[in-house]
Design a protein around this ligand. Structure first.
Ligand code: NAD
Length: 119
């Protein structure tokens, strides 16, 4: 999702990175912040240990990175974050196959409904 601004444009509206504390998301956020973008990390910290990634991002980019500790299943919250964003990278997901087998409904809610909430 993008507002059509030219790549590299540095504006006031942040780039939203859902799952921005995760493995891929934190590296996207790091690159965006290094390129001068303000970044809003939106992450429920559902995956154990990802707080360390968020701490790392905040240390590297104290003025560029902010965080919303929130769930993509929270439609109002994620819709509001997306509305304010100049672009969206959607990386939030429940990725463990084992967890998916134990509770496929929860998996669906996060990975399908969570994504639909951004549209
Ligand atoms: N890592 C890979 O090699 C790889 C390869 C191909 C595709 N992918 C896909 O890229 C995406 C991200 O993968 P990753 O490796 O960074 O996973 P990850 O588990 O490291 O990151 C996912 C992030 O989403 C967050 N999250 C989980 N449920 C949430 C919820 N309900 N609301 C908000 N945040 C939530 C987690 O806390 C975590 O920080 C996934 O869709 C994955 O399937 C990953």
């Amino acid at each position: 999702v993008s507002d059509g601004q030219a790549p590299g444009f540095v504006g006031r509206r942040p780039v939203l990175v859902t799952g921005g504390a995760g493995f891929i998301g934190c590296n996207i956020a790091d690159r965006l912040a290094a390129d001068g973008h303000d970044v809003l990390v939106y992450d429920a910290l559902a995956r154990a240990g990802v707080e360390a990634n968020l701490d790392w991002l905040r240390r590297r980019h104290p003025r560029r990175v902010s965080a919303a500790i929130a769930d993509v299943r929270d439609e109002m919250s994620v819709t509001a974050a997306a509305r304010e964003a100049s672009a969206v990278f959607h990386m939030a997901a429940q990725v463990a196959v084992t967890t998916s087998l134990v509770d496929p409904r929860d998996d669906f809610e996060t990975n399908v409904r969570g994504a639909l909430n951004l549209l």
